[in-house]
Design a protein around this ligand. Structure first.
Ligand code: F6R
Length: 366
């Protein structure tokens, strides 16, 4: 079943272009300029009148939820809050009938996420599921939803589920933005065209596997890793750090790059690898100065940059060049080298990447 791949995780990383294509199938068309997510259409009036969106999830799915906040607020101009399901269910949150709650779960069986959904339903909110497993408990408990269609994810570390969740969130944001008139049709079409071509861009990134393996060999014995990004790359930094810690058992933290100087900068010395997500066009100069701050303290910099970058290349110890895409879409591209980096480091440390210690594929107990 693993085919040519030694591990499910690697297979699933490589399946991402196809998984994303499958998640788009029948749901959008760039030349036609349309998006059609059935569940969103079905509840369009209630969604259009929603005062705010609440996204709830755990783990990697929470990271795609955080991206969802950035994407939906940016494109559709609706206020969004993102909640760990385990906190949401127990903290007596304010949930109203006018809220639109989106629950994200690969397995559709995560106990805390399911409980958060029940709470939202009790308070009369409309609840939407983004699940991978067809017919799962969360898919059944929600009023409507969209399947990610990533196909079975066997590796415990979530990869293609994450990228398809993000793809679905982009489509949901675009459909709502379009129906609200919050986005010019030309911008919408541009993003749709870029989405259609993103699977091929990811195929380009997968060709960097050997280069990433070489970088992994340099840092496989590190005790700590820091991942930094701004804007859309901040949730990606957290997701990259989670991938590394769960399969390689190296301590890693993802942080907004500008928060570094409020604490984590104290950790930086010549032993500390810092992975920068530096593909942002809007905040480029700010990231350059964050990298300078790390280099001034002799930290090791691994930077994910856009193809053709020169400025960061001159400063970083290693640069991974990825194709440039619209920032809204960029997480689909920038997460891939981080998944591969975590995978190779874990393999070099002799870890069981598909079944890391202490972890289960679906967390059905709280
Ligand atoms: C990380 C990972 C976990 C899950 C989390 C939620 O790689 O797999 O953090 O993302 O347990 O699981 P789902 O999405 O099934 O609700």
């Amino acid at each position: 079943e693993k085919g040519d791949f030694e591990h499910y995780m690697l297979k699933e990383i490589y399946e991402q272009p196809k998984a994303i294509e499958d998640s788009f199938r029948g749901r959008m068309n760039a030349s036609g300029g349309w998006i059609k997510m059935g569940g969103i259409t079905e509840y369009s009036a209630r969604i259009a009148n929603a005062e705010r969106f609440v996204i709830t999830a755990c783990g990697t799915s929470w990271h795609s939820g955080l991206l969802g906040e950035y994407i939906i607020e940016d494109l559709a101009r609706v206020p969004v809050e993102v909640e760990y399901a385990s906190e949401f269910r127990y903290r007596n949150p304010i949930v109203r009938e006018s809220d639109f709650v989106i629950a994200i779960s690969q397995s559709g069986e995560t106990a805390d996420t399911l409980a958060a959904i029940e709470l939202a339903k009790e308070r009369q909110a409309l609840v939407y599921g983004i699940c991978n497993v067809i017919g799962s408990s969360i898919a059944r408990a929600t009023h409507a939803g969209s399947y990610t269609h990533a196909g079975p994810e066997i590796g415990v570390a979530s990869t293609k589920a994450f990228s398809t969740q993000v793809s679905i969130l982009i489509l949901i944001a675009l459909q709502i933005a379009q129906s609200k008139g919050a986005i010019p049709q030309s911008k919408l079409r541009q993003i749709l065209y870029e989405l259609e071509s993103v699977p091929n861009k990811i195929r380009e990134v997968l060709k960097l596997d050997d280069q990433i393996r070489e970088i992994a060999a340099v840092y496989k014995d590190a005790k700590n890793f820091l991942y930094l990004g701004r804007g859309y790359n901040y949730p990606v930094a957290m997701e990259g750090a989670l991938k590394l810690k769960e399969i390689s058992y190296i301590h890693a933290e993802g942080y907004p790059a500008a928060e570094m100087k409020h604490g984590p900068i104290a950790l930086i010395d010549e032993e500390m690898p810092v992975v920068f997500l530096a593909t942002n066009v809007s905040a480029y100069e700010k990231i350059v100065s964050n990298i300078q701050e790390v280099k001034a303290r002799k930290g090791k910099v691994i930077a994910v940059v856009n193809e053709g970058d020169t400025q960061i290349k001159a400063m970083a110890d290693h640069c991974i060049e990825v194709p440039q895409v619209d920032e809204v879409i960029s997480p689909l591209v920038t997460i891939v080298p981080l998944q591969l980096l975590a995978y190779h480091i874990a393999i070099m440390r002799g870890c069981n990447v598909d079944q890391p210690r202490n972890l289960a594929k679906s967390v059905t107990v709280e």
